[in-house]
Write a protein that binds this ligand. Structure first.
Ligand SMILES: [Zn+2]
Length: 106
């Protein structure tokens, strides 16, 4: 399969064939300035859970002051949390004029 994007205002176009091996289209490297992709809508559910690594917990337990605790949390809290998010919309802008479209309900 391939993706064909055509701007009906200025006739800017690009044809993006999927990779034959893994069926992927690397959009960001393929468009080469002709079009711009924007992660327009991202839905983040209220579902944040912690999956704490034992080394992370042990390092927190060994911390001798609040500065050290703060540093450990700032450096590693993201890798110890799981946030359920879903991309809901993609916006693609024409690189030659102001036209764009939004893929919605992904
Ligand atoms: Zn255009």
């Amino acid at each position: 399969m391939k993706l064909l994007i055509i701007c009906e205002y200025c006739n800017n176009s690009i044809e993006l064939p999927a990779d034959g091996y893994n069926h992927q289209i690397n959009f960001s490297s393929a468009v080469d300035g002709k079009f711009k992709l924007d992660h327009y809508g991202v839905e983040i559910k209220n579902d944040v859970s912690a999956s704490l690594d034992i080394n992370f917990v042990e390092d927190l337990a060994k911390a001798r002051n609040t500065d050290k605790v703060t540093q450990i949390l700032e450096d590693r809290i993201e890798e110890n949390l799981s946030i359920d998010s879903k991309l809901t919309e993609l916006r693609i802008d024409c690189g030659k004029c102001d036209n764009y479209f939004i893929l919605s309900n992904l």
